[in-house]
Design a protein around this ligand. Structure first.
Ligand SMILES: [Zn+2]
Length: 212
């Protein structure tokens, strides 16, 4: 009887020892970082986020200049564009995290600051150059990989880029002085031409953020 008790006790102590050894062993192994299977898509979302981040900073600066020049039409447009860029960067960040990646904001680049008319011309040229460089390659990549979530965000980003070019180009012809931005997808409108619902994400037009 005594021998059996001793044996059980010995087995118990040995089991505890093995468990402690296994636990300690695991604690010393660094957690293995699995490479996300979406790494290519995450890189596209990161590039988009960086682009949006830098443009938001630039457009904020251009809005300050326009305000100082009392160019309220350009000021409202630049503020709306900066808001849209910032919002779309946040959408990219959320998507990157959901797909298993991490995001760090880019280093701030050079911020330009000439007179408003030149700033508008510069912005149109830069938006066109950037869009023509990509030609929606990242959207096609996301679709070909079956990632409709990322594709949708990248479509929103590209659509807003085209809207910015349009609004900057026709700022005088249309005469828009107030602008609205969809708070979910970042789509932009001249406020007098807003849809009842955002055609991209179906957000109610009453929720659009106005810049006036
Ligand atoms: Zn929307």
């Amino acid at each position: 009887m005594k021998l059996r008790l001793s044996l059980i006790l010995l087995l118990f102590v040995a089991s505890v020892g093995v468990l402690v050894w296994l636990y300690d062993g695991k604690a010393f192994i660094p957690p293995r970082r699995e490479k996300s299977s979406w790494s290519e898509i995450i890189a596209d979302l990161e590039a988009c986020g960086h682009r949006k981040h830098l443009k938001a900073l630039q457009y904020d600066r251009f809005a300050q200049i326009a305000a100082a020049e009392k160019r309220s039409d350009a000021e409202h447009l630049f503020r709306a564009m900066a808001f849209s860029e910032h919002l779309q960067e946040q959408n990219c960040i959320l998507a990157i995290r959901r797909l298993g990646g991490t995001y760090a904001a880019p280093r701030p680049g050079a911020i330009f600051g000439g007179p408003t008319d030149g700033n508008l011309e510069r912005s149109i040229a830069e938006e066109r150059r950037s869009y023509n460089e990509r030609r929606d390659a990242e959207i096609r990549r996301a679709m070909s990989r079956g990632n409709r979530y990322a594709a949708r965000l990248l479509v929103w980003a590209a659509a807003a880029d085209l809207r910015k070019i349009f609004l900057m180009e026709c700022r005088n012809g249309v005469g828009a002085r107030t602008f609205a931005v969809c708070p979910l997808c970042g789509n932009l409108y001249a406020a007098e031409f807003t849809d009842r619902f955002c055609p991209f994400c179906l957000t109610d037009g009453a929720e659009f953020v106005r810049f006036e």
